[in-house]
Design a protein around this ligand. Sequence first.
Ligand SMILES: [Zn+2]
Ligand SMILES: [Zn+2]
Length: 321
Amino acid sequence: MSIDLESTVLERITPDEKPLISSKVNEIPPCEAGESCNLPTDIVLRSSDGIRFGAHSKNLEIYSDGFPIADSVVRSAEDIILPEDSDVVLLLLRFMHYQPQPDLSLLASRLLIKFANAVEKYRVYSATGVCKVMIGLSVDDQPFEVFLYAQRHGYLSIMDKAGKLAITQEPANFFAYAHSIGDTTWRDLAELETHNLPTKEVWEALRQYPDWPPIFGAWYLKREQMREAIFDALKNPNPVLHKGGLMHCADWYPFLADVLGKMGTSIPSYKTFVQVIESCLPRLNGCTHCNIVVNNVIKSRMYTLDVIARKSLASYLDGDR
Ligand SMILES: [Zn+2]
Ligand SMILES: [Zn+2]
């Protein structure tokens, strides 16, 4: 017996997501998905966690696109193995009956996303609209996953909201993902949020995908440029004359040594720079002249670091620093 699945859903999904056909011979279980459903079951859908669901091939044909159609399956004892979990398969089958629809507002966010992706994949149109609405309402719960869903299915308004939230929640992962799909707009937006992250975190996010070395190199060059800008300012601050015409008082040098030492092992961002300076201020013993020097250094770096931070990664990739 042959079932022609290739012309339907399989064109839209990757090989490891394809339903498989098992040669195991088993009884076909009764329907669990319909409310007091008396229709005969003639096909078995087996979930990825091994649960067998008796289903009606006629309903699959009417309510979806991608499951074997009724005419091609005549009371088969072979299981169709789906890549979806049993909780998703049961929901799919519930939406493929003429009955009141399950209340999706009761679903946990993770299940809702899995189900929403499945209904798009099998084109269960009785559920696509309500899933889109429910996901639009729960963007905050898992914005990265929602972004992937919205992008895959072309829901632009949800994608925009989810992307912005995902950038603030998982900047390194989002940055790496946007790079992997070649979306430079989202990549550069996410990159702006990575400046306060440890180098290792960004590197680990990027190397989940192939072709990471050039983008990591560009990102790291930018980071080093910020580090250079910070140390340049610390090495040559504009002095403020102290009493007696002195350029610095005795408290300046322990303060400077402390700042240089801490910045040497800190993330070179404006935020960290200010935090380090504030933590070292007690070493100035309240010298108002040195405090003016420090304030000037912070002010001048605020502008310089902001200019570097806003430079696009493309300029580093092109070698035009
Ligand atoms: Zn049924
Ligand atoms: Zn001083």
